[in-house]
Structure formats: structure tokens, C-alpha cells
Ligand binder design. Structure first.
Ligand code: SF4
Length: 259
């Protein structure tokens, strides 16, 4: 199937380019209940069979009290397919929801990160795979540039602070057009999160901008991904990456005194 070939080629390219998975790795996929992480899990299971190295794959889900539908159909689907899955109801996240129902993403993701490390430790894995897609990388690039004053996106590979876990995002080159179609093909039950229905957010605005532009420029995200891997530091404003001549101290004084 072409869709599956495209998916595996792109995931394989990311794994290879960013050295995401190594021989003997124990990988846990963070299943969010959505189409992206479900697609990632399937892609890793298929690649596991074809790869020249040995690695194991399991999955887990952190429940933070935001799912709009029961999680059981997802558990059933995974059980039928013989996939080892751990469901973790994170009590601190539920307390947070009760005490601060309007908390923002910063707090929520900090709670989730702590829960993810706790589960990863229990599962005995050394790699955690997240389902962030090419769309997420492009949105993060614009969001960070416009709202944090930093030219950055998401790390394709990084480590937990104590370096116990390698954190990987193998869908970096896969767009949501592909994950949507593939999750539909798989027939995986999608459990929506309450946050996905929020309107008036920066994320929603960026998605609308992309959707509008992509009607005219269908390769927009591909170009943005290429740009992220081809940084021309000489055409940005960070002095750390510019060849600035350091004038002798004496040359500086006339300018300062003129002021
Ligand atoms: S979108 Fe919702 S679930 Fe995601 S980090 Fe923000 S508050 Fe948490």
C-alpha cells in the first residue's frame, strides 16, 4: 500500500537521520488516544520486523482526566492485536484539574512529563516515542518565533534531565494528512481529548493559517522542514553565529565619545 510505504519511508528516514533507535533499545510509545500516536505505534511495529537491529516496542497511555470518551475501545483494540499496553490514571493530574480547572498547557505538560517518566521507569524502557508530526514541528517553529522570541521548534531527539530516557519523535517528517488516512485504514478507535475542541487558541489560528496557505502552496510544510535542517546562521541576528570583526579597543573610543 502506497500510504504505508510513504509512512515507513518517512519514519525510517527520521530514525536513521537522528539516530533515534539503537540495537537493544526498549521503546515505549506514548499513546495519546489520537491518530498520530496510533500511527506511530503501528509504524514502529512494522519497522521492528524489518530492521537489521533488535528492539522491543510497547505502549502506554497517561489519563489526565481530559478524554471525552471511554478509553476501553482502545485497550480492546490493542489487546486484540497482542500489543503490550499500560493504562496509567495520573492522580496528581486529576487533582490539578479539580483545583485549577483552567490551568494552562505548561502545567499540564509538566504533570504529564513526570507521569511519563514514572511509567517508563516501571516499564523498564530506555526510549519513549512521542507522536508529534511534521505539522506540530511547523506550528512550533512559528509559535516559538512569534511568541517566545526564540528561533526553535521541537527536538526530534532529546533526553530526560537525568539522561535515563531518550525521547524521540519519529513522525517528524510525517504530516497529519498521512496519519489521519492511516489511522482510518487501521480502524483504530480515536479517543478525543477535550482540549482538541478548544477554539480561539494560537494553535487553532496557526492551523487555520496553514490550511489556507496550503491550498495554494501544497509543499509549504515540506519546505519548512527542509529549512529547519538547513539553517543559514549568517542571515540571522545571533552574534554567536556571525563573523563579527572585533575592533581594537582604541577604535571603539572615538565612537563612544562622539555619542
Ligand atoms: S492541550 Fe490540553 S492536554 Fe494538551 S497540554 Fe494543553 S491542557 Fe494539556
Amino acid at each position: 500500500m502506497d500510504l504505508e510505504k510513504t509512512l515507513l519511508r518517512k519514519v525510517g528516514e527520521a530514525i536513521q537521520r537522528f539516530k533515534m533507535i539503537r540495537d537493544g533499545d526498549r521503546v515505549a510509545v506514548a499513546l495519546s488516544g489520537g491518530k498520530d500516536s496510533a500511527t506511530l505505534l503501528e509504524a514502529l511495529l512494522l519497522l521492528q520486523k524489518r530492521a537489521p537491529i533488535d528492539f522491543s516496542v510497547c505502549a502506554f497511555t497517561v489519563e489526565q482526566g481530559k478524554f471525552l470518551l471511554p478509553i476501553e475501545p482502545l485497550g480492546e483494540y490493542l489487546r486484540e492485536r497482542g500489543i503490550a499496553w499500560t493504562y496509567f490514571r495520573d492522580a496528581p493530574s486529576f487533582r490539578l484539574l479539580e483545583e485549577q480547572p483552567k490551568h494552562g498547557c505548561d502545567l499540564c505538560s509538566r504533570y504529564r512529563r513526570r507521569a511519563v517518566y514514572e511509567i517508563a521507569r516501571e516499564l523498564g524502557v530506555n526510549v519513549v516515542a512521542f507522536g508529534h508530526t511534521a505539522d506540530d514541528f511547523c506550528e512550533a517553529l512559528l509559535r516559538n518565533t512569534m511568541f517566545t522570541g526564540k528561533l526553535s521548534s521541537l527536538p526530534p531527539v532529546t533526553h530526560s534531565r537525568d539522561r535515563d530516557f531518550r525521547l524521540i519523535r519519529p513522525l517528524v517528517f510525517v504530516t497529519e494528512e498521512v496519519t489521519r488516512a492511516y489511522a482510518e485504514f487501521l480502524g483504530v478507535p480515536v479517543i478525543p481529548c477535550g482540549c482538541s475542541q478548544r477554539t480561539g487558541t494560537v494553535r487553532r489560528s496557526l492551523r487555520d493559517i496553514f490550511a489556507g496557505l496550503e491550498r495554494e502552496y501544497p509543499h509549504l510544510k515540506e519546505n519548512m522542514l527542509s529549512a529547519m535542517g538547513n539553517v543559514d546562521t549568517g542571515r540571522l541576528l545571533d552574534p554567536r553565529f556571525l563573523e563579527l570583526e572585533t575592533p581594537a579597543r582604541a577604535e571603539l573610543f572615538p565612537i563612544v565619545t562622539e555619542l
